[in-house]
Design a protein around this ligand. Structure first.
Ligand code: AMP
Length: 435
């Protein structure tokens, strides 16, 4: 039997409704904040991610799925996969949404000099070659937004506010959510800080794991995220970014916090929160659910240098992404079903002689937007009623010979068993009102 790839999931039934709900809630909420939906391709040039996410990040170094067209052709295999391709022809599946949106913004000049900011959101699948485990998949789904062209600390605060409101609308209690924030500095203060952390790791090399020693050269700040408890304990004494911020970054961070306080958003400051991607500058944030055990359900930050890295003009930006699968698990653990109820339907039952009348009644109901089912297997009337129950129909429309002769249908409420006769030409309006 054919099977899906490990670490991927089929979305169907209630799980699919839950994903749709996440997208619907996003559309309504983000729309009110002025964000429009965007969908960028699932494949991009490798360099879009290498420049955007950073060559030294785990995502780029270890987790991207590369795409080889014609990869099974002997001549392609012989030439060594993609080694013959020019950089522009090398492709990868998107491991996150920001790099692609920023690439699109550069390509289509979404933020012209002196023009209005671009506010975009997406809901789509992401691909990372990780070792699959609970809440960690190779194909997962994110909803995220990007606000390009705004440097004001109020934008940082609003992005965090809309994120927290999104979680609230999905069913989380604010008191269960743990928001952590930090400032990572910018191109004027971060390089010196990075160097200080690098030196700290090298000074403590005999106490740290090999990965951290490698990180010292590649991406020293990632040592704060090391899975090894001992390394983490050592890193507690490392220099803190908040002590190394330049005056502009410090003042920006203070203002973000003041806006959050004003909006009544609770947060914890964590000077070791660095997030995995290189592009962040200044504000970064992450949200966890108290005791859920699924890790962060969302996070984001400011990326003022990213547009330039993708070949555009210097343009500030900030955004976040949340993970559908982890949100679903975290809500499920609290007994909240993101899928909601199954949509109600109407079942049209008939005697074999009334098939034609049932056919047109079904069409008129569907044209009125009513989810309608009927029999397509020549079942007996009794079996049709059974089927209606199995489908969870709330209303059953019955067409027997007497009804059709009188130009009416019997409309039966499946819960109360009440029945009324309704003229066929009023059937759709009558049923639509009662569903
Ligand atoms: P990141 O882009 O790594 O900051 O991820 C943003 C959010 O996406 C996380 O908070 C998770 O909720 C989700 N996420 C990231 N990686 C995975 C994965 N491999 N499987 C499932 N969800 C993920």
């Amino acid at each position: 039997m054919a099977q899906r790839v490990q670490g991927t999931e089929d979305l169907y039934g209630g799980y699919m409704r839950a994903w749709q709900r996440m997208v619907d809630v996003a559309r309504e909420l983000f729309g009110a904040y002025g964000f429009d939906m965007i969908e960028t391709p699932a494949i991009e040039q490798v360099d879009t991610f290498v420049h955007g996410i950073g060559e030294s990040t785990d995502v780029v170094r270890k987790e991207m799925f590369r795409v080889f067209s014609g990869a099974l052709l002997p001549e392609v295999l012989e030439r060594g996969g993609e080694s013959h391709l020019k950089p522009r022809q090398r492709m990868a599946m998107r491991p996150e949404g920001t790099a692609g949106v920023v690439r699109a913004a550069v390509e289509h000049n979404f933020v012209p000099q002196g023009g209005a900011p671009a506010k975009l959101w997406y809901g789509e699948a992401m691909f990372r070659g990780e070792r699959p485990q609970k809440g960690r998949l190779r194909q997962f789904h994110q909803v995220g937004l990007e606000w390009l062209g705004a440097s004001d600390p109020a934008a940082d605060a609003e992005v965090i506010i809309v994120l927290m409101e999104y979680f609230r609308r999905l069913g989380f209690e604010s008191s269960q959510l743990h928001l952590t924030i930090n400032s990572m500095g910018d191109s004027s203060c971060r390089p010196a800080y990075r160097q200080a952390v690098r030196q700290f790791i090298l000074d403590h090399a005999d106490e740290m794991c090999d990965d951290c020693i490698e990180r010292a050269e590649l991406n020293p700040l990632r040592a704060f995220d090391c899975k090894n408890d001992h390394c983490r304990a050592v890193m507690e004494a490392a220099p803190k970014v908040t002590d190394a911020l330049c005056e502009d970054c410090r003042s920006h961070y203070e203002q973000v916090k003041r806006y959050l306080d004003e909006a009544g958003i609770a947060y914890t400051e964590d000077p070791t929160l660095v997030r995995g991607l290189d592009y962040y500058t200044r504000t970064v944030f992450e949200v966890e659910v108290e005791g859920s055990g699924v890790g962060a359900i969302g996070g984001g930050g400011r990326y003022d240098g990213l547009m330039e890295l993708e070949g555009g003009k210097p343009t500030p930006g900030i955004g976040f992404a949340v993970g559908f699968e982890r949100i679903y698990l975290a809500l499920q653990a609290q007994g909240i079903d993101l899928a909601g109820e199954e949509p109600g339907c109407v079942y049209v039952a008939c005697m074999p002689e009334q098939r034609a009348a049932a056919f047109s009644a079904t069409l008129s109901l569907r044209n009125a937007g009513v989810r309608t089912e009927a029999d397509y297997q020549g079942r007996s009337l009794k079996a049709q009623f059974k089927q209606a129950n199995r489908l969870g129909a709330r209303i059953c429309v019955v067409l027997g010979s007497d009804e059709v002769a009188a130009g009416v249908a019997t409309v039966r409420d499946m819960a109360s068993h009440e029945q009324v006769q309704v003229p066929l030409d009023q059937l759709a309006a009558f049923v639509a009102e009662r569903l």
